[in-house]
Design a protein around this ligand. Structure first.
Ligand code: GLC
Length: 442
């Protein structure tokens, strides 16, 4: 499934270059993407009936780990009784995140709002008995956090969707095109509700694999959304009709080709609530992955999975808080910056200020001694440590007077610069950044 998804990425690129043909269109995409490019960090929330028994979200019945009816019996246990959306929003704010994406409906088809398209929603079919999205989006907006709506376009519970369990499907579109049309109007209807009721800033599709853009009617879906809000951002899981790429869990080694991208990642190994999964990433690991994503011009969408009553597991709260503490100290090097130096100039993550007069170097917390910058063709004005403002010394090594190749910059990281997780050095330049990218020599 994930490989399948990767195969569609070139189509997304094609789509973007098609957009680029019209400058106005490209400009308006860049304008609408600006808040996203500046935001760097989002919090993903997987909340649904799967949290009742702590089973895999939707996949548990699809993969036949448990019978569909046992999975659905979790409806009875989904109470949301300790749900405090303001506290969720405050925690997200504290983490430093600037947007949040919640599962309005996962592949199991259980909607977190009272959809007119189906009774399979938490208002009519669970003891929670209320719209869970509205108060969350309101709380986010009060905190000035952008609102994202995850929406599974496939729906394994819907009688008119083609797929059901991993080894069984309901029908083939070619043999029952009318039935597929019914399904199309079902998801279009739900999307209208999501757009109309909550006015999200971002739609995060999932589950587009298995059908082509024609089958999904992807251009019509895209224009429907843009009709509600011309500035809505659409992730890349719409068979070529999205605005940005979404590598999942696996960290890209080379910079993704697509201009905007976002790594979505779990805090432990599961998207939803899984009390038996204690394989949490440490704050230090999360921060270094976050910094790496930003250094490569991307965002991190970090997932949490609340329990059925709305409690966020303590280790996830801790990760968000630690991330927040770090962002408070070093946010200048992260938010509203540009992706950093291309590979080869610095052995670690970097970012660049928008006016390209400053480079931020990220140095693992335990490191002191020298780090080097290669190929820096602009004079350094000064280097300071972001944690304490201390001046940091540097030395240019191997500069040959008659050669165009810049010398190596040895930056002497003093022990006092040390951060528990990741230290940051601020390199201010005399002029906008210029890099030497050659292979050396005369
Ligand atoms: C995958 C899974 C899904 C999860 C999503 C998050 O596509 O199908 O369970 O919600 O990734 O990115």
């Amino acid at each position: 499934m994930r490989f399948k998804y990767l195969l569609i990425l070139p189509f997304i690129a094609v789509m973007l270059s098609a957009n680029a043909q019209s400058k106005t269109n490209a400009d308006s995409i860049a304008t609408k993407m600006q808040w996203f490019a500046d935001a760097k960090l989002g919090i993903f929330i997987h909340w649904g009936i799967y949290s009742v028994n702590g089973v895999d979200e939707s996949w548990s019945f699809y993969n036949k780990k448990l019978p569909y009816k046992d999975y659905m019996s979790q409806l009875k246990g989904f109470t949301a009784k300790n749900y405090k959306p303001e506290e969720w929003a405050a925690l997200i704010k504290e983490s430093g995140a600037r947007y949040s994406v919640i599962t309005t409906k996962h592949h199991d088809g259980v909607a977190l709002w009272k959809t007119a398209q189906s009774k399979l929603n938490v208002v009519e079919s669970t003891p929670a008995k209320r719209d869970l999205l509205k108060p969350f989006y309101e709380a986010l907006r009060k905190e000035n956090i952008k609102c994202g709506a995850y929406f599974s376009i496939l729906d394994w519970s819907h009688q008119d969707y083609t797929g059901f369990l991993k080894d069984s499907s309901r029908y083939k579109i070619a043999s029952q095109p009318e039935r597929w049309k019914k399904f199309q109007s079902f998801y279009m209807g739900q999307l209208k509700e999501v757009m109309g009721n909550y006015k999200p800033d971002l739609i995060w599709f999932d589950g587009d694999w298995g059908h082509s853009n024609e089958e999904w009617n992807a251009p019509a879906v895209r224009s429907l959304l843009l009709g509600y809000n011309p500035n809505v951002i659409i992730n890349g899981r719409l068979q070529g009709y999205g605005d940005y790429e979404t590598p999942e869990q696996n960290f890209p080694i080379t910079r993704p080709k697509f201009h905007w991208w976002e790594l979505c990642m779990t805090t432990n190994d599961n998207w939803g609530y899984h009390p038996d999964d204690t394989n949490y990433k440490t704050p230090s690991e999360v921060i270094s992955i976050f910094v790496d994503a930003v250094s490569n011009g991307g965002n991190l969408l970090l997932d949490i999975g609340p329990a059925e009553d709305g409690t966020i597991p303590a280790p996830q709260v801790n990760i968000l808080k630690e991330l927040g503490k770090w962002n408070k100290k070093y946010g200048e090097a992260i938010f509203e910056t540009l992706g950093g130096l291309p590979q080869g100039h610095f052995a670690g993550p970097t970012t660049i200020s928008k006016d390209s007069s400053t480079i931020y170097l990220f140095v693992p917390g335990h490191l002191s001694g020298d780090v080097t910058i290669k190929g820096l063709d602009t004079k350094i004005k000064k280097i300071t440590a972001l944690n304490n403002g201390e001046n940091v010394k540097w030395k240019i090594v191997g500069k040959i007077s008659w050669s165009a190749v810049p010398g190596l910059v040895f930056v002497h990281v003093p022990p006092t610069v040390k951060d528990e997780y990741m230290s940051v050095l601020k390199v201010e330049l005399e002029k906008p950044l210029k890099l030497y990218r050659g292979s050396g020599g005369l």
